[in-house]
Design a protein around this ligand. Sequence first.
Ligand SMILES: [Ca+2]
Length: 310
Amino acid sequence: MTGDGNVVSHNWLGQSDDGSEIYLYSDDPSRQNHAIIVAGSSSDHNYIHHNAFAGSSTNAINLQGDDNLVEGNTIGTLADGTIPVDTIDPEDICIHTQFTGNWYGGGGIYLGGRRNRVIDNTIAGLMLYGSAQQTQPPAIELISGGLDHLVHGNRIGVDAAGTAAWTCGPAIDNTGASFTPILSNTIVNGYQQGIFVDGTIIAINATTMQGNVISNTVSAIEFGESVPDALGLFAPALVTAVDGVAVSGTSNDPCPYCYVDVFLDDDDATVEALAYLGTATADVNGDWDLLLPAELEERERWRTISTTRT
Ligand SMILES: [Ca+2]
């Protein structure tokens, strides 16, 4: 795209005519099928919505301008937002170095610029064919220098029918976009991180992650080596008392007036946020309380995230 203010809506990209298969040139997932939308840094205010992308050998959406809205698209799935999971051997999933009956959903959303919003998209089955050195694409990647984006309400690794699928790269990858809320996304079956954040304290300043439901990923939220330890190793709020559905707690590392999100987890070894249960606001001492929707059942656990408001 060139120019400003383009509206791209309700297209199929990389789909067979009836939307029942990914369209690949010569059935070869290593070849670019051109199921992509690209706009440079001088193309702003575009609205890309309700398109169906699959099978590209690069990022499906690559926007470097400002003030774009990417909403309600499906990426990596058939036109109806699903993957025919019954046809795929689970042992083949994310094997990207050899042709198998696997799902070559292509790349994801790659964003530079400022004030871009990525809302309510469904992204699953992403995989790029290639050598062992081929990195697998983040579903949503916010590159260095970004500012004031919003990533909200996207479903990653789960199809439009709500069926759990997978994705082969990180779900949300922020390597240097600051002042960016990442809110209320659902992330399922990630073969890499759920949310990965890396950059200096200035580059990733005010990355806000709240309300994200994350299950069965390699790590739920992970910070890279450039993130200062004071942030990357910050210890979130503790639960100290339970009375029925009433829970209360303290800060762990100091966090006056923080928001405390409480999530449900199970008792397996994987750190997850299986359901969002609510948010408390701590007092000046970091103490907080919250009424939960239900009491914990056997084998259920809680997890917390503390978010500073300064
Ligand atoms: Ca778990």
